[in-house]
Ligand binder design. Structure first.
Ligand code: PMP
Length: 429
């Protein structure tokens, strides 16, 4: 009888076949071959509550999405040079979700491509090159998006290896940055002063509209209003990266920029919009989109394919029919309440950041010095995995538990997670 390949075997094969320098979860990653809704199952039969997978907003293995994609695969899958219904319907649905005048849609395959294209549009429309980004952010791996990604968690040289067209402003972290609590409004003042002085003036300002990669923190009130106004006065364009935080995850808002009361010039979307299928978009005004002409025509072989568009439209249908944004609000509020209650009993919890189902639990060694509890965070994630919860650290200091589960997680799931965290923090790790 042949012995089935063991987990270890596969890990060794992965290490020799799959290029190194690619991240994987955990020291001893479980072999996950199946997912259902909010859970993942390994080949040893263990189930894990998936609290990290911000891509699968509908949850794993959604039957309606699987059926729609299968049907379209059998009918047609080709590129967007052909004329077909799915690309028109999906583009209309996307632009309906955005305020006027954002109604011109480009379809691509990832967040990296979306941010890269947004920069190209800004350069083409302004004839300028300089871009302002916020520190501690991640926007992609292509040359241009990597240049504006300044998170040292992803690249330790991030701040020392910027090309000269990249300018950064401070991460507006109201918890542990230069300005805290009620002083956080001063980040916008500093950023505006910086933009006003920038010479040559900027082509664009690009940031997440809710501070996702830093652990799910809201930007200080009024931050984007002030910064966008300064960028526009200088003749630049304002780009909102909604790749992680958009699409209903915040519960109260479909888009992160709504929380800031602004309308960007260009919005980038990916991850959730395909629920794991490679799909991204740039949505902008017709005039800015037309400005791309100086670069030629835009084309992406798989971007906007019939299968991608059907996946995208079905994700939107399920989001609406299963009221997942509302669920993100209700379950997110419950989860934060549970976590705040844990913070009362466990001094390692320095803060609970976030909104809806984008939550960050920041772990510190000392609530006065805010010394990041990075080693503890890694160990807690490993122990949580043993207890059946998939969990990962984030932020430049790797001391934030990032919580961004499928939007259909239930109150029971949230309680399971909070109880497991309580147990780990009580027993030690
Ligand atoms: N922008 C943000 C804010 C992201 O978090 C990411 C991915 N983590 C990207 C862009 C890049 O997206 P992708 O991995 O789909 O290329």
């Amino acid at each position: 009888v042949a012995t089935p390949p063991t987990v270890d075997h596969l890990l060794e094969r992965r290490e020799s076949a799959f290029a190194p320098v690619q991240e994987h979860y955990f020291r001893e990653p479980p072999q996950i071959e199946r997912g259902w809704r909010n859970h993942l199952f390994d080949t040893e039969g263990r189930s894990y509550l998936d609290m990290v997978n911000n891509v699968s907003i509908l949850g794993h293995g959604h039957p309606r999405l699987a059926a729609a994609v299968e049907q379209q695969w059998r009918l047609l899958n080709t590129n967007s040079r052909f004329h077909y219904r799915a690309v028109v319907e999906f583009s209309e649905r996307l632009s309906e979700l955005l305020p006027e005048p954002l109604d011109a849609v480009f379809l691509v395959n990832s967040g990296t491509e979306a941010d890269d294209l947004a920069l190209r549009l800004a350069w083409a429309n302004t004839g300028r090159r300089d871009v302002i980004a916020v520190r501690e952010a991640y926007h992609g791996w292509s040359d241009a998006t990597d240049a504006i990604s300044t998170s040292v968690a992803d690249n330790p040289n991030a701040l020392h290896s910027r090309p000269s067209w990249v300018h950064t402003v401070a991460a507006p972290n109201a918890y542990r940055g230069q300005y805290r609590g009620p002083d956080a409004y001063r980040y916008a003042e500093d950023a505006v002063a910086y933009i006003n002085k920038l010479s040559p003036p900027p082509a664009a300002f690009l940031s997440e509209s809710f501070y996702g990669n830093a652990g799910g923190m809201a930007l200080p009130d009024g931050y984007l209003q002030a910064v966008y106004a300064a960028v526009r006065r200088a003749g630049g364009l304002c780009i909102a990266d909604e790749v992680q935080v958009g699409y209903g995850r915040l519960g109260n808002h479909f888009w992160g920029f709504e929380q800031q009361g602004v309308v960007p010039d260009i919005v980038t979307v990916a991850k959730a919009m395909g629920n794991g299928h490679p799909l991204g978009a740039v949505i902008t005004t017709a005039a800015i989109a037309a400005g791309y002409r100086s670069q030629g025509y835009f084309f992406s072989s798989a971007g906007g394919s019939p299968v991608s568009c059907v996946a995208g439209t079905t994700v939107l249908d399920v989001l609406r029919d299963e009221q997942l944004q509302e669920n993100a609000r209700v379950v997110g509020d419950h989860l934060r309440m549970r976590l705040l209650e844990l913070a009362d009993r466990h001094p390692i919890i320095g803060a609970v950041h976030g909104m809806g189902l984008y939550v960050g639990v920041e772990l510190v060694r000392d609530r006065i010095t805010l010394e990041p509890a990075a080693a503890e965070t890694a160990a807690i994630c490993e122990r949580m995995r043993e207890l059946g919860v998939i969990m990962q650290p984030t932020s430049d200091r790797l001391c934030v538990l990032k919580i961004k589960p499928p939007l259909g997680v239930t109150i029971t799931d949230a309680d399971f997670f909070a109880d497991a965290l309580d147990r780990v923090l009580t027993e030690g790790w």
